[in-house]
Design a protein around this ligand. Sequence first.
Ligand code: BES
Ligand code: MN
Ligand code: ZN
Length: 489
Amino acid sequence: MQIRFADHRPEGDYALVLPVAGKDRKTLGSLGPGEAAANAALDRQRFDGEASSTAELFFDDSGTVRRLVAIGTGTSTPAEAAEKLGGNTSAKLLTSGDTKAVIDLGGLNYDADSAARVALAAALRSWRYDRYRTTLKDKQKPTLTEIVIVGAPADAGQRYTSRWEPVVVGTELTRELVTEPPNIIYPETFVERAKAALEGTGVEIEVLDKAAMTKLGMGALLGVAQGSIREPRLLILKWNGAGEGGQPTAFVGKGVTFDTGGISIKPAQGMEAMKWDMGGAGAVVGGFKALALRKAKANVVGICGLVENMPGGNAQRPGDVVTTMSGQTVEVINTDAEGRLVLADAIAYVQKNFHPSTIVDFATLTGAILISLGHEWAGLFSNNEELATQLLKVGEESGDKLWRMPLAEPFDRLIDSPIADVKNVGPREGGSITAAHFVQRFVDEGVRWAHVDMAGKAWSDKAGTTYDKGATGYGVRLIDQYVADVIER
Ligand code: BES
Ligand code: MN
Ligand code: ZN
């Protein structure tokens, strides 16, 4: 989607989008002689201007038959209303037949950032992935290619390109990685895609193959990978936007490119969803793209633990004991609790090599978090009150919402093993909490750590404000906003 800001409505064909704030329809005044008919049409559709309500009509615009989309903005905060307005514009017009839309913000008194967020949400909501659809009928194909925003403050366009367009591009990258099928994206190809997408951005990339990880003693990650013919990879991203010195912040992503469960195999029903079990790693890659494109003044490192979890003659067995890079041993009770095994070695690696002050990991880690929080929030676990508070706020601001979950010693006891230092599952109850405790066992003393269990967020069966159904790109905005609010300030 091409998005631009302009001083006035252009000439020629376009659909006009007018925001309407609740009962106050003063923006319709810009229709001139068309106002009365438009008002009547909105009444007939019982349009009330509530946030996200829409109504459509055609009017005679000095001789052109023009589509008008009225979009309610309700009375929510400008930033929120702005994103709904942009998102609804794309949702409504993407396959409408119109190729151009003009959103007129005149009369809304939006500041530059709110106006830029209209563009952000419009761009995010218009993303779709038709690569494998060869028989789409013309009527199903997108027509909208350009959105022009008028009536915004003069610096809104600049605000969009410098602050939000990078986030759009990063989110699109994440969605692509998450959407691609598991025969196309596996550890090696995930790395190839990430490399291609980050080339020229200034992100430094390092990749560890199986031999390198074997040398480092990453028995937990390698144990998961050993049932697959696809070799594992550890992808390391470095962005030094703040010059030398200081401890970096690390973002670690679970990148299970397909999770069959391994020998503890999952039921067939819905297993195809496990292609997006690399959503955490996908968020890290997209997050780095956004940070690099907007030249964030921060030193950050990203680690993606990439494996495919398959059953097979060489797959690990329930009961196996593996030795992790940290030296701790793990009794693998359930081979389907593989994400935590991958995170254990990825976290040990980043601590040993980069000494981060803060680690935030992103993982589609447990089905149990869906039972707790549904699809509204990702679960947040943290060993540090300040970090938890910062992240909760960033979650609200970015729209990648978080809900804090507890960590407590009694849960930690539930993963003690009779034969090794720790076992990889506890009882069913509190499954997300014991999973977080498992990860915490690999976090060094003094490191600020947070774990984001995003199993309910990477994929959505229904459209949201800024995404269609499918891959949401969850985590990119959280990473971006954390860096902006907490590191760059
Ligand atoms: N990738 C899954 C978690 C998951 C489940 C993500 C559903 C998205 C939707 C994870 O590897 C897993 O299998 N977890 C198990 C843990 C259990 C074996 C303790 C689970 O949640 O069932
Ligand atoms: Mn699993
Ligand atoms: Zn998994």
